[in-house]
Ligand binder design. Structure first.
Ligand SMILES: Nc1ncnc2c1ncn2[C@@H]1O[C@H](COP(=O)(O)OP(=O)(O)O)[C@@H](O)[C@H]1O
Ligand SMILES: [Mg+2]
Length: 248
């Protein structure tokens, strides 16, 4: 089982769009795939048309009142399951602050999924907190979508420094550009500078309205716009991730 966290300190950078499209592509190729929605906004849950069945479910999962496997729900697509989020996910940091070894919590919860899944994708809330420490420790890979602008790159550098200062394994950190606007010189300049950086994948996701339409269709791109450029970009990103992080 390989666990990928879709993460950024910043919100609104394309974490959830990537979670859903990458998870769909993994499942389509036959990997038993689970999305674990950790964001109280529940956007991944919305895209896959699923709601938590139990009151305060996200909170109960984190404090081990409920088994992770009991929260798993099937999506409409073969091989693709989801643990949905509800608003109680907002209590994650308080719960973790009351636990011993909170850094190991996500890792130990994930171990209960090993027999059932090949790929687990964590759709993370933005921020940098005890929950993120546990995600950084427990995930095999941390993927950061980055908009090629000054503030987004600054947040990437903050995270990289945080990894180094907190003895986290920065080798598991990978970035890809997201919401790239080819009409903007700044985007080109930032991308050219950062492609030299070993943390950046070659594939990137442009700013395309088909991605926004996922909200109307409540579905992954492949299901309603498989021939679009946007769907092609996510397929390229998935292939690069699979080659570098899953099949080796
Ligand atoms: N490549 C893209 N092109 C255009 N719109 C995008 C793209 N990626 C995401 N969006 C839109 O931007 C908003 C935030 O994206 P989302 O994936 O929810 O970000 P995050 O999970 O990082 O908060 C959503 O409305 C989404 O539809
Ligand atoms: Mg999101």
């Amino acid at each position: 089982m390989v666990t990928l966290a879709l993460y950024n300190l910043k919100g609104g950078v394309g974490k959830t769009a990537a979670t859903i499209n990458l998870a769909y592509l993994a499942a389509k190729e036959g990997y038993k795939t689970l999305v674990w929605d950790m964001d109280p906004q529940g956007s991944s849950s919305f895209y896959l048309g699923v709601e938590a069945n139990t009151k305060n479910e996200s909170k109960k999962l984190l404090n081990s009142e409920m088994d992770l496997l009991d929260a798993v729900q099937n999506s409409a697509y073969p091989n693709l399951d989801i643990i949905p989020a509800d608003l109680s996910a907002r209590h994650a940091d308080v719960l973790l602050s009351e636990m011993k070894q909170s850094k190991r919590k996500i890792s130990s919860l994930l171990s209960s999924l090993k027999k059932d899944y090949d790929v687990v994708i964590l759709d993370c809330p933005p921020g940098i907190s005890l929950l993120h420490d546990a995600i950084f420790f427990g995930a095999d890979w941390v993927f950061m979508p980055n908009i090629p602008t000054t503030l987004s790159i600054r947040s990437y550098e903050t995270v990289l420094t945080y990894f180094k200062e907190n003895e986290l394994d920065s080798a598991k950190l990978k970035c890809f550009f997201s919401m790239v606007d080819h009409r903007k010189n700044l985007h080109h300049e930032v991308m050219n500078n950062f492609y030299k950086d070993k943390f950046f994948l070659k594939s990137y996701i442009p700013y395309l309205s088909d991605v926004e339409k996922m909200g109307i269709h409540e579905a992954p791109l492949e299901t309603f716009a498989a021939s679009s450029y946007a769907a092609q970009c996510y397929r390229d990103l998935w292939k690069e991730i699979r080659k570098n992080c899953i099949d080796d």
